[in-house]
Ligand binder design. Sequence first.
Ligand code: NAP
Length: 484
Amino acid sequence: MVSRVIPVDPFDLVIFGGTGDLARRKILPGLYRRFVAGQMPEDARIIGAARSDLADESYRADIREALVEFIGKGKLSEEQMAAFLSRLHYVAIDATGESGWKALAALMRENVVRAFYFSVAPGLFGELAERLHAHGVANSESRIVIEKPFGRDLESARELNRTLAAHFDETQIYRIDHYLGKETVQNLMAVRFGNVLFEPLWNSQYVDHIQITVAETVGVGGRGGYYDRSGAMRDMVQNHLMQLLCLIAMEPPARFEPDEVRDEKLKVIRALEPVERDDIVRGQYAAKGKIASYHADVDDDDSITESFIAMKLHVSNWRWAGTPFYVRTGKRLRARQSEIAVVFKDAPHSIFGAAAGRHRNILTIRLQPNEGMTLGVTIKEPGPGGMRLVDVPLDMSFADALGPDADEIPEAYERLVMDVMRGNQTLFMRGDEVEAAWAWTDPIIEGWERREDAPVPYEPGSSGPEESAMLLHRENRRWREIRE
Ligand code: NAP
């Protein structure tokens, strides 16, 4: 594979929350991998910032441990790790107070990209933006990276957008949705817009329906407090599933440029119809054997927060009128699986008769595990005995197709962080996109909160509540199986 990587300018990247879980598990291991891949410029620096009082050396020792834990000792070279860690610095700073800001300002260099990653609790985003500005740490060229969740409803998202806009231009703001950093998600755009094969069929005339599934096996774990205030709709649908739906449904942008792509995504969100009550199934996992119930996990027997949601959505425009989008996501399901399935319509007439059965082309885009795509095509079953049809996959697993280079595919976070350094906003959400997503989500959530609708229980290790299966059965369709 010939590498045509766009070079990155020298940078100072400050990670607020540099000692936190996300920084240790994703951001810094991702940066290390880009460093090893030779993509980090000679004089790039990473500055961890949090309240704990740490010397540079202690911070480096902590991040060394994180690299060993999250990349694996066997995959690390002592020499490269030492070189990478020497780029790390640390400043003790309080996002809500005045301590540490002078030291940070003094550390920043002129004439390099200044980027600030807000890997702290969302309640601190506004304070950080204000202080970065007030203390002269950020300049008009600086970039800020905002983690999820971006608000918990339209009002709070607007408020946050306003606060950020008071200090930063939209071109400086990078709102992360790590699903957009996944290789397959970008491949979805390559497949749609780089081939003539799919786009002519990519509409309600040929597509029967689309399924988007993001299934997790884990429960709410240590995030119970946060999760119970959010639920699957806020935590997954408003952002990740919505972004996937946008990329599937959007019109071809004229160019693969940030605003052109985001304009098209925004049109999709605005074309989403309100959802009928009958088209939503909310579930909550029950206990099974040693597996605790959702109620036990969040320590609240009265919680009516959903850990599963399935919905039937309509994108109301010329391309998609009449083609439903079924989306579902949940915790404690049978397998960890994220995929998009484009289910095409039956051939208009079967020349093989009823005995040949019903066969459909399905394009499956797998996000995890084993990123890749499969196109199901119908062929003749080999051998004598008449024309019997069988569906076989045309499989494109990236690991197989790209051979050893597949290991080089950057993970979502590392790609996104490097895109920030390159100043490329294509894979980041624009403020109006996030607001439009909340504007669609809010009335749905308000409806069930007002009625105090309780979710239906489902068994851990299942595919969710029976009612979710019924959502499709009643229309003579069925969900694809959730399995490894
Ligand atoms: P975390 O483990 O609780 O880490 C929080 C970090 O913020 C720590 O480094 C903490 O260090 C620092 N901090 C707390 N208060 C501070 C203050 N007043 N001033 C400066 N630093 C402060 O949280 P996390 O899981 O890494 O999550 C960080 C952000 O990423 C959150 O917005 C979360 O929603 C988002 N996110 C996380 C994940 C994930 O997998 N973890 C996934 C998606 C999104 P000190 O206590 O020393 O200050």
